[in-house]
Design a protein around this ligand. Structure first.
Ligand SMILES: [Cu+2]
Length: 240
């Protein structure tokens, strides 16, 4: 896919499920040449997000430059099927861009439904609770609270220049939304983000947070309601 004359081009043709692959790609600029100069954003020149088409699987990776504008990243995709990759970067002298490409992993594929709506995610003994609403066309505040073994975590470690990094994707078309963390004076248990979604529908949120030296991901499915002019629903029922 091209944006503003920039294109993400994978150089690796075959990906086998469950096997580590050295995935290489370039970002070519409007002049048709691989981009070699980038701005650093959130501690990195390029952020690489990979999700399965059903949005059940998520990876946030940081490829390394191997010369001549080629990026390389080791990736293992667990199952056959279609994946979407996003490269999030800003070329030197330009504004931030998100380019996408599809990665196809060969083999028998069983489609899965979107994970059900949830407000609480469990990962490795951590419980992450999401508060706040997504409202189509409006900015809103999301609060993610991290507990471990029932106690608030107050010593989160900075990851990518903040206490958490949130990726939001629209389920319908895998559109990538930019979500901005609010500067935090404390290292947890709450991490705040400003989010704005363009339309109603289902979204998947993936929070990367770092604690005790390990980055973990908590994932949520959230329904965005309409703007204030639409009927307001105060309760969210998930079990129709
Ligand atoms: Cu990143």
């Amino acid at each position: 896919m091209s944006t503003n004359g920039y294109t993400l081009t994978p150089l690796t043709a075959t990906i086998t499920p469950g096997e580590s692959t050295d995935l290489q790609f370039t970002v070519t600029g409007p002049d048709g040449k691989p981009v070699t100069r980038y701005q650093v954003q959130h501690d990195k020149k390029l952020h690489f997000i990979v999700v399965s088409r059903d949005l059940g699987h998520f990876q946030h990776l940081h490829p390394v430059e191997v010369g001549s504008g080629v990026w390389s990243v080791k990736i293992t995709l667990p199952e056959a099927g279609a994946y979407r990759a996003y490269a999030d970067f800003a070329p030197e002298g330009g504004s931030g861009l998100t380019l996408t490409t599809d990665l196809l992993v060969g083999g028998a594929y069983t489609p899965k439904a979107l994970p059900p709506v949830n407000r609480t995610a469990h990962v490795d003994g951590y419980t992450v609770t999401l508060e706040g609403e997504l409202v189509a066309g409006q900015a809103s505040m999301l609060t993610l609270k991290v507990d471990r073994d029932g106690k608030p975590v107050t010593d989160l470690e900075p990851y990518l220049g903040a206490y958490g990094h949130l990726v939001a994707l629209r389920a319908e078309d895998l559109a990538y939304l930019h979500v901005h963390p609010q500067e935090s004076a404390t290292a947890g248990p709450e991490i705040l983000f400003h989010a704005e979604v363009p339309s109603r529908g289902d979204y998947r949120l993936f929070l990367d947070f770092r604690h005790a030296g390990v980055v973990r991901t908590a994932d949520f499915t959230v329904k965005a309601d309409g703007a204030a002019t639409a009927p307001v629903h105060h309760h969210h029922h998930t079990g129709h």
